[in-house]
Design a protein around this ligand. Structure first.
Ligand code: AHG
Ligand code: MN
Ligand code: MN
Length: 333
């Protein structure tokens, strides 16, 4: 393929688009290098004694795996002293992580889901890391959540790493979506897909069907129509996939199309949904929109939501534009 490294790509983007400051490049390069280290840790797995539970719970009341904590610490350590960030926030931490006193600080905020799909770790299946970058005022108090509570439209970069047979990094800076594949021999991410576009027509959907009895009527209707296949109103058969790692499901949709739903249901309604707005929904929604798709809660565009809390959860329906609009239409009627 092209042989363009992520580092060269970022310098090219800086020249082409102008508004890509060195601090932002550093944020992305360090994130990529850390994803490479997380990937190496996942590959060693049982050999390094890092499978299984950490014996702790995160702020959301979920049991943490050892690798949730390890990946979180790797990202914090790698970014804390670089001088490019003003603060970090993570799915695995109650409060924001301010840049330590005495360390120079930059103007970017990094938010991440250090290990997505962590129930897949122990079965040697796909997982990922999701990240979102926001800018803030130089004097913002990043010990508080307020500077982080920006809508998805304010993101300056977003992406994910997917840890599969190959490790890939998928990135948007607001000029489309490009993907890189880790070359372990070079220790570098190499550009392997440029300008990813979600196919408009799809015959594939992703939803955890075991929650069916908890869904609201619009989602019941939509999925029933898909399941009816050729004999139903859609007039074609649909296939279903569910990896239980959002990164992997979204990566498939960016690659070959489809729709992903983690809708509001009666099990998660009190919390607002299952997936996290700041670490999962916003970065994925921006990537999907940048690839020509759409992202909605069913009721609103995800990127327009004004966050009310760092760990806020939302309903997520994203992928092929026509399908997402159809589900939103069912919610509206
Ligand atoms: P995490 O491992 O970061 O907590 O995220 C898991 C999320 C998401 O990746 C996935 O789509 C979903 O939870 C799977 O949920 P179910 O187990 O309910 O299918
Ligand atoms: Mn996750
Ligand atoms: Mn996670």
């Amino acid at each position: 393929m092209s042989g363009i490294t992520l580092a060269a790509y970022l310098r090219d983007a800086q020249r082409a688009h102008g508004r890509l400051p060195d601090d932002l490049i550093q944020t992305l390069e360090i994130t990529a290098t850390t994803c490479e280290r997380i990937s190496a840790a996942l590959q060693r797995g049982a050999l390094a004694g890092i499978l299984g539970m950490a014996g702790s719970e995160n702020v959301q009341g979920e049991d943490q795996k050892k690798l949730d904590v390890i990946a979180n610490d790797m990202l914090l350590d790698a970014h804390a002293s670089g001088g490019h960030l003003a603060g970090m926030a993570s799915e695995e931490m109650d409060d924001p992580f301010p840049i330590p006193d005495g360390v120079s600080r930059g103007r970017y905020l990094l938010l991440f889901d250090p290990l997505d799909g962590s129930s897949n770790i122990d079965i040697n299946a796909l997982t990922g890391t999701i990240f979102s970058v926001l800018a803030t005022a130089p004097d913002a108090d990043t010990t508080r959540v307020t500077p982080f509570l920006q809508p998805g439209t304010a993101q300056v970069a977003a992406g994910y790493a997917v840890y599969g047979p190959a490790t890939q990094l998928v990135l948007t800076l607001g000029h489309g979506v490009d993907a890189f594949t880790l070359d372990p021999e070079q220790g570098a991410f190499i550009l392997t897909s440029e300008g990813m576009r979600i196919p408009e027509a799809t015959q594939e959907f992703a939803i955890n069907m075991s929650n069916q009895r908890h869904w609201e009527a619009p989602v019941q209707r939509y999925v029933a129509e898909l399941l009816a296949g050729k004999t139903g109103v859609r007039g074609k058969d649909f296939n279903m996939r569910w990896v239980a790692a959002m990164v992997a499901d979204i990566h498939r949709i960016l690659t070959r199309g489809g729709i992903f739903l983690y809708p509001l249901d009666s099990k998660t309604a009190a919390k607002g949904g299952k997936l996290r707005l700041m670490y999962e929904a916003n970065p994925m929604a921006w990537l999907i929109e940048q690839a020509g798709g759409a992202a909605s809660t069913g009721r609103e565009r995800i990127l327009d939501l004004a966050p009310s809390g760092l760990h806020q959860r939302v309903a997520v329906i994203l992928g092929a534009r026509e399908e997402v609009e159809r589900v939103a239409g069912y919610h509206a009627s």
